[in-house]
Structures are given as C-alpha cells and as structure tokens.
Design a protein around this ligand. Structure first.
Ligand code: MLT
Length: 412
C-alpha cells in the first residue's frame, strides 16, 4: 500500500487561481455573450520584447546545427546569464554577488516552494498576512504546520499581520518570538506596497540578532521607480549573512510562459545542523539543485540574457512603464468612485478595500456578475486579506479603460 503524504489533506481543495478560474468558467458558461475582463492572476499580456525574440531565435538556430548544438547545460545557469545578472542587477547597485551565489531556475514560484526543503521540519516559519499563498502551502505540504484552524490560520506558522495601520508592511516581531525563517516580499504580492530602506534595515537587524533567515522575494523589483527604494535586500548592510533573494524574469521581461528566474544565496548565510554546527545554505542548495534540476533551457537563458542588452533593457522598461500607466489609470479611475486603495505605485497590483464591508469573495462575485471583471479576493491571500481585493494592472490599455468605465458604472 502506497501511503500518501497526509499533510496534503490539510490543504483546502484548490489553489487560489484555479479556484477563481473555475468560478469564471461557470459564469461564462451561463453568460456566453458577456465579455469578461481578467484582472485576477498577475499574468503579463504584452508580447516578448523584440530583442528577446531575436536572441531566442538565434539560440534555436544554434541548437539546430551540429557545431553549435548543446545538450545539458550547467545546472546553476550559463556564465553569460550569470554575468549579466551580476552586472546589471547587483554591481550597478553597489552589490557584489559571486557567480556561484546565483542559481538560475525555471521560476520563482518553484524556487519559493522548493527552498523550504533544505530546512528542518522543526524550523519555525513566519509569513506576512496577506501573503503569496505558495509560501504557506509549500510548508503545509512539507509537514511544517498543524491543521488549518477556524481562523484561517495553520497551527505552527507565525502570521505577521499587514493592515492599513502599518501600510501592509509588518514590522519584525518582538525579540524572543521564536522564528527561524521569515518570507518577505517587496514590492509586495498581493498588496502592491513596497518596503522602505529603513524597514528592510530593521528586518535585517532583527534577522541577525535572532539568528533567522529572510527569504526575500523581489519578483517585482523592476516595478520600483523611486531610486531611493531598495530593489535588492543586499543593498542593506548585513543582508549577505542572513538573506536569500528570489528574482524572476516573469514580470520584468514577460516570461510567465517562457519560465526563467534565479535564487541568490550568499555564502555567508548559514543554518545549523542537529549538533549546532554551522552549515552553508549555498552548499546545501547547490547539492539539492544539481540533484533535482538539470538547468533552465539554453534558449530561454539566451532570451533572459537579452533582457539585459541595451535594446532589451529599453524594450522591457517600456513594457513595465506601460503596465504602470495602467496601474495609475486604475488608481485614479477608482478613486473617483470612492475606493480606498493601496499599492499600485511601485507594483502592478492595486489593493482595494471592498465597498460596504463586503467579504472579499462577495465582492469578487459582485464584480464578476455586475461588471464582468475578474479580480482576486483578498481572503485568498490569508485571513488578514478579508475585506480587501486585488486588481492586476497587466492587461491591454483598452481593457483597463473598459474595466474602469464598468467599475464606475457599478459603484458610481
Ligand atoms: C499572482 O497573480 O499572484 C502571480 O501571478 C502568481 C505567480 O506569480 O505565481
């Protein structure tokens, strides 16, 4: 008899976005003539930048010739991509990251789910609430939590509440709170808010004082337009000893369907073995990565590297500016009908307080049925998301303008 991992039984039946998809399909089946505008899952809509397409075409041609064909590549990523990352994402911001501290992968969702595998089941994990659900669910699957309680929280996890009072950027917990690993995301998914340098300094100081590790998800860093805001946790003194950083090409270069990301693990970050001996997290992850992963595809890595070329940078930055103009239009359009909103300035997500105290799923249904617009209910991101709603700015300009007009009709 093959016994299953019983921890999966603790999870609600469906992951958030497939559940939304199911409701939307049911609505469409019942109302086939309605045109639904999707501002739910944060999925890019602009085509790949020409510089990226050209680089991928050239790479495919190389793969089609005997003299330039390549089989398995280096598991950590090709040097041409590692060097581009080091130069543009780090050296340009005064941060020195070594090539062997970068692990190229096929996505930050996978990385954020997989990284917890190298920590003990007894490790005490903290998440912000609301939160990107993968951080929570992957720890549930591993058996690092108790059951889901009536309050929507899993036993054994520490929830750091983000709310209007703290601008949805929770502060480090009081000294003595037992936490070994904390997941932070800035610019934040789902609230679209961003951590300031001072806030990140407090987190790094806290992690060092408490011998904890920060898993810093910077998948949306390229949406930051204020140069004084940190785009990497390593811009903060001391972070190289306590933080891992997740980066993705999904939202910065339109790679949600292409798949490429990377995880940075400085060699100064250590954990403890059962005898208390310090162990390099970089070495453990290298062992794990090279065992379970054969590297992102050569063609994809050539495409990712092209995102750093002068043309690639200009083209992808224009796409980001386009999405952020969508976010501005949404923010200003919704303000005219009295919505209270957060985020959407340094991130492609707007976080709205629902109208009339509606629950976030009731608001989801109302928006779908009365305006034919799909968003994401805040409760799907954790109990502190109840009463809030996320709208994504990834869409065509025509759809964003139409969505604003519909929302104004329903709520005006
Ligand atoms: C989201 O909508 O939260 C994101 O698209 C999910 C993801 O990046 O996996």
């Amino acid at each position: 008899m093959a016994r299953i991992n019983e921890h999966f039984a603790k999870l609600p039946a469906g992951y958030l976005f497939p559940e939304i998809g199911r409701r939307v399909r049911a609505y469409q089946a019942a109302h086939p003539s309605e045109r639904v505008i999707r501002l739910g899952i944060g999925d890019v809509t602009e085509p790949l930048a020409p510089a990226i397409v050209d680089a991928m075409h050239a790479a495919v041609d190389e793969m089609g010739k005997a003299e330039t064909f390549r089989g398995y590549g280096p598991e950590q990523g090709y040097d041409f991509l590692l060097e581009a990352i080091r130069e543009h994402d780090y050296r340009a911001r005064g941060v020195d990251i070594a090539a062997d501290e970068i692990f190229v992968s096929d996505g930050s969702k996978c990385d954020s789910g997989n990284i917890q595998e190298i920590f003990a089941l007894a490790a005490r994990v903290a998440v912000t609430d609301p939160v990107y659900p993968v951080y929570v669910d992957s720890n549930v699957m591993a058996g690092r939590t108790g059951a889901l309680g009536p309050d929507g929280r899993y036993g054994g996890l520490v929830y750091l509440v983000g709310n209007e009072a703290n601008g949805f950027q929770p502060e480090p917990p009081p000294a003595g709170t037992a936490i070994d690993i904390v997941y932070l995301c800035s610019p934040n998914n789902p609230t679209g808010t961003v951590a300031t340098r001072a806030q990140l300094e407090r987190w790094v100081a806290w992690a060092r004082a408490n011998d904890a590790i920060i898993l810093f998800d910077a998948a949306y860093e390229s949406y930051i337009s204020d140069p004084s805001l940190p785009r990497s946790i390593y811009e903060i003194e001391g972070a190289r000893e306590c933080a891992l950083e997740l980066r993705s090409f999904s939202k910065r270069a339109g790679f949600t369907g292409v798949r490429c990301a990377f995880l940075v693990i400085p060699k100064g970050v250590t954990g403890a073995d059962p005898d208390g001996k310090r162990v390099s997290i970089n070495a453990l992850w290298s062992r794990r990565h090279t065992t379970k992963f054969n590297g992102a595809s050569y063609v994809v890595q050539r495409g990712a590297a092209a995102a750093y070329s002068p043309a690639g940078l200009a083209q992808t930055q224009a796409q980001i500016a386009f999405y952020m103009e969508n976010a501005r239009l949404l923010r200003e359009g919704l303000a005219t009908v009295g919505f209270t909103m957060f985020g959407g300035v340094h991130a492609p997500y707007l976080w709205l307080r629902t109208k009339d105290g509606a629950t976030s799923w009731a608001f989801f249904d109302r928006l779908l049925h009365e305006a034919q617009i799909v968003g994401t209910p805040g409760a799907g991101f954790g109990p502190a998301g109840e009463g809030y709603f996320r709208l994504s700015a990834f869409n065509s300009r025509a759809n964003i303008e139409e969505a604003i007009a519909r929302i104004r009709r329903v709520f005006g």
